[in-house]
Design a protein around this ligand. Sequence first.
Ligand code: PHE
Length: 460
Amino acid sequence: MASNDAPARSAWSGKWAFILAAAASAVGLGNMWRFPYLAAKYGGGTFLLTYLVLVFTLGISLLLLETALGRLTGQSAIGAFKQFGKKYAIIGVLASIVPFIIVPYYSIIGGWVTKYTAAYVFEGPAALADGGNFFTGFITSNVESFLWMFVFMAIVFVVVARGVKGGIEKANLFMMPALIVVAVGIAAYTLTMPGALEGAAYYLVPDFSKFSPELVISALGQMFYSLSLAMGIMITYGSYLDKKSSLTQSVVRIGGFDIGVSFLAGLMIVPAAFVAMGSGDAVAAKSGPSLMFVILPEVFAQMGGAAQFVGFLFFLLVLFAALTSGISLMETCVSIVQDGAKWSRKKALIAVMAFIVVTGSLVNLGYNGLSFIEPLGAGTTMLDFFDFISNSVLMPIVALLTCIFVGWVVKPKLIVREVTLSGPFKLEKAWTIMIKYVAPVLVTVILVAFVAAQFGLFKM
Ligand code: PHE
């Protein structure tokens, strides 16, 4: 495709700018909010181990594939696939749907985090630690939950409207290490509480009787989500990267950073859940999206004079992680609309914002006005449904198609050549086998197992 309409493309100032931006997109609510509750729900150590294995094999391989494909083609998702033939554009189109599904519910959780950050200042730690009533009252409220969601959306909107590069990336350079320091501090404190070591053991030591297809599907979905994979974003980021920067080193750093933050978040939250609930089974049974908002405040409240400060700092840092990811999500949506509809940036920005406000409100209604809709069974909400569709269904499908495309259509050599432009690729053979065979088989088996389970062919 001749691109006569392409304005000058943005470019990173160097390798570290790229790593930082990718890490800023990757590290977000997925690490702080989603990973710990999934780990708690799916047997702790078993989930952690499965997740680690998946990230360091499949995850990093795909991260390398996407960034190299972007750098090779110099295009974002749809254009990158289309370059090899019109019919392949569909992979890019499917990938592009994902951020539109995620961004509305991401803003809802972002709103919860914004509310909590403010509540530590104005309402104090005791108000938040009341066994979940505060949280339930808030998310089911007809006014307040919407307001805070809009606040989060507005911040994201303002930043995206003003352009992302300068401020946010610099803020991230400070915020990410700060997040780690606070997480280590809170985890260390939590571990001194009665029952916490048992919780740490639950989190760290695998119990293989907990292994299930559902665990693997969830770990896989979490991997895509947390690494911002299978939605074209890493393709776009790769397309801004110069040919000299090492791709292999970069992706290992991005993946390592992301998993490090998830690991710490789990170490902080899973033992805390144990302190509050007493046993692995109770924790697993009760773990869900509310874990961070109900359990942690209880633990903070026990910190005496430091409670308010620690609670505030914690949620502020989660808020920053959420904002940087929310910004990269919205930025992705805007550029998709801009390229797809050939609209000006301003027009695309307004259209995306309108879309987010409407769909976000709709999904949020799932907690109050429309709570009778329980798409995934009793007690589930539309938010769970959107989360599930994007992470457990759509992203694996996009990843599968991408692997087949690179492994069997354009051939791995093409990507390998791009990777070796900027340094040696020691694991070339292993990577090729991963992309051609392991990844497609693994993802297919998981998807089929899931569909079969949905139709009741076996029980998950
Ligand atoms: N990876 C982010 C997180 O873990 C979520 C996200 C996905 C952000 C896709 C941007 C793009 O929270």
